[in-house]
Ligand binder design. Structure first.
Ligand code: DLL
Length: 438
């Protein structure tokens, strides 16, 4: 998916020669470790007791440092891992997991500046300038999407329209009336906006809208292509997580081949999810990120639980940073169905390759009565043009496609258009109805 439109010129940290970049990373990690060791937080004193910052001289030495996991943040809920006093914290965000306490993150004024800078690079990589009208349909609130994009789009100088998510008819009206050129949302909400535009008789293709900055949930290449077609835009994928900073960790450029990690501030590694051993570039594993430059909440070797791979081949856009491939899924999202591992993104990839389906689907796990084994049902909407009489043949085709893709027989339920619930934020793709499901 090479872009035809012009994309922004990279700023200097984005084109730094790799050796220089690595030296910068090493010195930043070293001073971060020193800061953590001299803080009065017992957790760091204990964790880093045996680390000699002087021994961190190359990027490989990162592996001398211990990992940080989500539970570390949870155990220090809410502010126990902040390095700066609350008086210096000017913003709090939080991500809510499905259970328990949220993970709380804090930002000093300088952290907010850094955040706006890195995500502004992502917007600039998609060609956003002060001449753009940016509609920000990420949820505004504790979620980092809304305020993160707000500050970054303001930094670029775009005219920001902070609609947040929801009230979709109004989103479409404003998109048309305000001459919106750039749009931010989760991929699933972007699809919903496109669908409501059709219902309202608004032809998005005829509007000045040209770019969509989508992220916060997995999106296969085929899903991105569907959104491009339905919205008449180019999609620039965005990746990030609250624990590291929020959106703005990595962003796609005009070549749309992976996402550039803003490596002067976030250092990526890939490790084996089971052993924690570092894997060579190109291999798929768990993404681990170090954020050494934040004031309030620097993080060393954070286990993201996201599965991807890294590549460092030069990008034609001129940016020298490592890129991450599309996230295949979170380790927590992996389903084990009768001994076979399944990621929702594999299902999406298979379904989106088929013509007669809409890009709305859900996976339902249940327990079979006869043998108490797990059953996977895939519920997917048919396209408007599919006649009832053709359902049986389509169902068989979907079933066969899924069997080939997953190595597993799934039950296929064809749903009528617009019957699967739409999401405003991150889509709920998996329903667990197993009798022993927690
Ligand atoms: O989702 C930050 C964000 C907001 C990113 C807006 C991009 C756009 P959290 O709520 O903390 O933060 O969730 C982080 O979301 O570990 C991934 O599992 C997932 N995620 C984020 N971006 C992508 C993406 C925000 N492009 C978690 N592809 C991460 C797949 C993504 N998954």
């Amino acid at each position: 998916m090479t872009r035809t439109s012009e994309t922004g010129t990279p700023a200097s940290p984005e084109t730094m020669p790799r050796e220089e970049l690595e030296q910068l990373q090493v010195s930043r990690v070293r001073s971060c470790v020193e800061r953590l060791q001299s803080s009065d937080i017992g957790y760091y004193k204990e964790r880093l007791a045996n680390v000699d910052p002087g021994q961190i001289v190359s990027a490989d030495d990162l592996s001398r440092l211990p990992f940080t996991v989500k539970d570390d943040l949870r155990e220090h809920y809410p502010f126990g891992m902040f390095l700066t006093p609350l008086g210096e914290i000017v913003r709090i965000h939080a991500s809510t997991g499905s259970t328990g306490k949220p993970t709380v993150v804090g930002y000093t004024r300088s952290d907010l500046e850094l955040w706006a800078d890195v995500l502004a690079r992502g917007l600039a990589a998609g060609g956003v300038t002060r001449d753009d009208v940016f509609q920000n349909a990420y949820g505004h609130g504790l979620f980092t999407g809304g305020l993160g994009f707000h500050d970054a789009a303001s930094r670029v100088g775009a005219t920001v329209v902070p609609t947040s998510a929801g009230n979709t008819s109004q989103q479409v009206m404003l998109m048309r009336d305000f001459g919106v050129t750039a749009f931010g949302a989760t991929p699933s909400y972007a699809l919903h906006v496109a669908e409501v535009a059709v219902e309202e008789g608004v032809d998005l293709d005829s509007l000045p809208l040209r770019a969509a900055f989508l992220g916060a949930e997995p999106m296969t290449e085929k899903m991105a292509a569907r959104i491009e077609e339905k919205m008449g835009v180019e999609v620039y994928e965005q990746y990030g997580l609250s624990e590291i900073i929020g959106p703005g960790v990595a962003s796609a450029c005009g070549y749309a081949d992976g996402m550039h990690v803003w490596e002067d501030h976030f250092i990526p590694e890939i490790v084996d999810p089971d052993s924690g051993e570092r894997l060579p570039d190109g291999e798929v594993g768990e993404l681990v990120l170090t954020a050494p430059t934040k004031e309030a909440l620097p993080v060393i070797r954070y286990r993201t639980r996201d599965l991807t791979r890294l590549y460092t081949e030069p990008c034609p856009c001129g940016r020298t940073s490592t890129r991450i491939a599309r996230i295949m899924g979170r380790m927590d999202d992996m389903l084990i169905v009768r001994g076979v591992n399944v990621f929702p993104s594999q299902v999406e990839h298979a379904l989106m390759g088929m013509d007669d389906l809409e890009p709305h689907y859900q996976l339902v796990l249940s327990t079979r009565e006869e043998d108490h084994q797990d059953d996977l049902s895939v519920r997917v909407e048919t396209a408007e043009h599919v006649a009832k009489a053709d359902h049986e043949a389509l169902q068989a085709r979907v079933s066969e496609t899924l069997r080939e893709a997953l190595n597993l027989t799934a039950t296929v339920e064809l749903a009528s258009p617009r019957t699967i619930p739409r999401s405003k934020g991150k889509a709920v793709r998996v329903l667990d109805e197993r009798t022993d499901a927690g």
